[in-house]
Design a binder for this molecule. Structure first.
Ligand code: A2P
Length: 335
């Protein structure tokens, strides 16, 4: 190991924070010192990293002294308050919240798509919304090969996207239903066990929920296509982790199924799962734990001359969050 970095994780006890620790370990990221930060509720907790137990401390303004990389995943309010403090202290912030994603001077990065954008950063690099991150990995190779006119995307989003407490809620509610007990709701607005509902973000004036609006804005920014036409529908499904997306793209140049299959089989960050004979296509259970986004069910859109349909499953906590963030840091230390 040539050089080690002092890494801080803000929100270390959360669903994404814990995955950040795992990915840093899995990737053998050169960590010389680790600072784990969360709310006062977590003071006294320890998390294991590379064979040792690291204390979790309360987030405060002094926590970033000497930090090289600060991964933020404790919500936009904490990011707005503490990310500028971390930058002032000399850290590069990779922010998983929505706080800075659409700021003109903050790069919004998915390395397979726009790694170059991070080079002009001013201390903060934004990690995209999970559904957008998973989507653009699959859109970019299609855009490069045939040009995209329009995208219709419907998501099947796991409980993990709403945090560790929502995952626990899915488990608790499933037990309650099976035990014939009344279902209790603490985190999500509707029963998630054995149900499907509109994404739990607020519905904006245009009738789209915030997740759908984020998918549109962020996909356009990451791909550098400010007028890309996108029609999203985002829903929650009773899955623990890994989001799925049904995607239909209309391309400038017609792509055959075979061409699309070849494009996806060579695309970075993509794993082709497309076995018609075995009826085996992307599934959230199989995508969970995988750094790659699974793509399959590749079909010609029978309703549109240049239309191509496919199905995607990607680990929301990994490519949709922790892995993308660590990938950004890996690019920075390699540059
Ligand atoms: P804590 O576990 O102490 O509440 P998730 O997205 O899974 O719900 O995780 C949210 C993360 O953000 C957790 O690590 C949580 O810490 C952290 N967090 C929430 N509120 C604060 C806060 N006020 N200050 C620091 N960390 C916070």
């Amino acid at each position: 190991m040539s050089k080690g970095y002092h890494v801080a994780i803000v929100g270390a006890t959360g669903a994404v924070g814990v995955e950040l620790l795992h990915v840093l370990e899995r990737r053998n990221f050169p960590v010389s010192k680790l600072t784990l930060l969360a709310s006062a509720r977590s003071t006294g907790k320890k998390l294991s990293f590379a064979g040792s137990h690291v204390d979790v401390r309360e987030l405060d303004a002094a926590a970033f002294d000497g930090v090289d990389f600060a991964f933020f995943s404790a919500g936009a309010t904490r990011s707005r308050e503490y990310a500028p403090i971390a930058v002032k202290a000399g850290a590069v912030v990779v922010d998983n919240s929505s706080a800075f994603r659409m700021h003109g001077d903050v790069p919004l990065v998915v390395p397979e798509v726009n790694a170059a954008a991070m080079m002009g950063h001013k201390g903060i690099i934004a990690n995209p919304n999970c559904s957008a991150a998973i989507l653009v990995v699959t859109l970019q190779p299609i855009q490069a090969a045939a040009g995209i006119r329009r995208v219709i995307v419907s998501t099947y989003q796991a409980a993990s996207g709403a945090g560790a407490k929502a995952m626990a809620e899915l488990e608790r509610q499933a037990r309650e239903v099976l035990d014939g007990k009344p279902v209790t709701k603490e985190v999500l607005p509707h029963q998630i066990a054995f149900n499907v509902f509109n994404h739990n973000s607020a519905v904006a004036e245009n009738g789209y929920n915030e997740e759908e609006n984020k998918m549109v804005e962020e996909t356009r920014k990451i791909m550098g296509l400010p007028s890309l036409q996108i029609m999203p529908t985002c829903v929650r499904v009773p899955v623990f982790r890994a989001h799925s997306e049904s995607v239909v793209v209309e391309t400038e140049r017609k792509l055959t199924e075979q061409e699309a299959r070849e494009i996806f089989s060579k695309a970075p960050g993509v794993k082709l799962v497309d076995d018609r004979a075995g009826n085996h296509f992307p599934m959230p259970l199989e995508a969970s734990g995988d750094l790659d986004v699974h793509v399959g069910r590749i079909r010609q859109d029978m309703s549109c001359e240049n239309g191509l349909a496919f199905f995607v499953s990607g680990d929301q906590l990994l490519k949709g969050a922790a892995w993308n963030a660590v990938q950004i840091a890996e690019h920075l230390i390699r540059k």
